[in-house]
Write a protein that binds this ligand. Structure first.
Ligand code: THG
Length: 267
């Protein structure tokens, strides 16, 4: 399970403040902690208005890269900001994200192809997020037709089936799982990812909903997720799920995590 660390996101109050005040120490600390917790990528989302976004992303990228070597996930819907940010990274970044929107595909896919980036593709188009898994699958098929036409291998695509909160649609998680199964079957080389916290928005006991959803999603084929890597309970649960699903040979990862104290109660 690959983790995309979510914490450097300008829609979070404390991060927005750090960006506004150019408080690099705060960002560096988040980068170091998430890297040490085993993130494969660190998501970087400036969360600012389009006129500020490119500058803020560059500042964030430079702050992060001054302390860690973990590749970044550039989280923006803005092709211009992405094109600028991509020039500032030391390592091939993940692009978060494209969708079925023709304008976004036209502007972002050439960058993805040129730099050989892994890319997250949201299962939505310019109109909306489809209600049914079948329609989401059709949107995904349309996107993969385009990525293939640009020479991007399926193995660089991370499909995000978009888990909307269960508080407004009881079937939301089921739709996401079914979308994952359809995608996994038709495009076995493509990966699956998810923004974990969406599923529980507006509900009490969110961490229980998130964890349960994650375990079931892993069984449906999820192999990466955007989440808080500093959450030890989630890290333990991911290892336990992989163990239970027979994906941890000789229980090595699980036992190693235990020896490192992952299952001990923090003081
Ligand atoms: N899919 C893709 N990219 C995404 C999302 C997605 N990027 C943004 C978002 N969704 C995932 N990132 C975050 C980052 C931080 C938080 C949630 C999602 C977060 N939320 C706190 C919470 O949920 O309670 C509240 C904010 C806070 O802590 O201040 O931290 O779905 N491709």
């Amino acid at each position: 399970m690959k983790i995309i660390g979510e914490k450097i996101n300008g829609t979070r109050k404390r991060v927005a403040q750090a960006i506004a005040e150019r408080d690099a120490e705060f960002i560096k600390d988040l980068a170091q902690k998430q890297a040490a917790a085993g993130s494969t990528w660190l998501d970087v989302n400036a969360g600012t208005t389009p006129d500020r976004e490119a500058d803020d992303l560059i500042w964030l990228i430079e702050s992060i890269q001054s302390v860690v070597e973990t590749p970044l996930s550039l989280d923006s819907a803005n092709p211009l900001a992405l094109a600028t940010a991509i020039k500032a990274v030391n390592k091939t970044p993940m692009i978060n994200s494209i969708s079925g929107e023709p304008d976004r595909l036209r502007d972002i896919l050439p960058l993805v192809a040129e730099y050989g980036c892994p890319v997250i593709a949201l299962s939505m188009d310019e109109k909306k997020i489809p209600e049914t898994s079948q329609k989401r699958f059709e949107v995904v098929s349309g996107i993969l037709k385009e990525t293939r036409a640009h020479g991007v291998p399926d193995s660089n695509i991370y499909i995000d089936p978009l888990a909307m909160t269960i508080s407004t649609n009881t079937n939301s998680a089921l739709i996401a799982f079914e979308t994952m199964r359809l995608v996994h079957e038709a495009y076995p080389e493509a990966h699956l990812t998810i923004g974990l916290s969406n599923i529980s928005f507006g509900l009490p006991g969110r961490s229980y909903v998130n964890r349960t959803f994650l375990a079931l999603a892993i069984q449906a084929g999820l192999d990466s997720a955007i989440l808080d890597p500093l959450d030890r309970e989630i890290q333990a649960m991911i290892l336990a799920t992989e163990l239970v699903l027979g994906r941890d040979a000789y229980c090595m990862k699980f036992i190693r995590a235990s020896r490192k104290g992952l299952f001990d109660k923090p003081e």
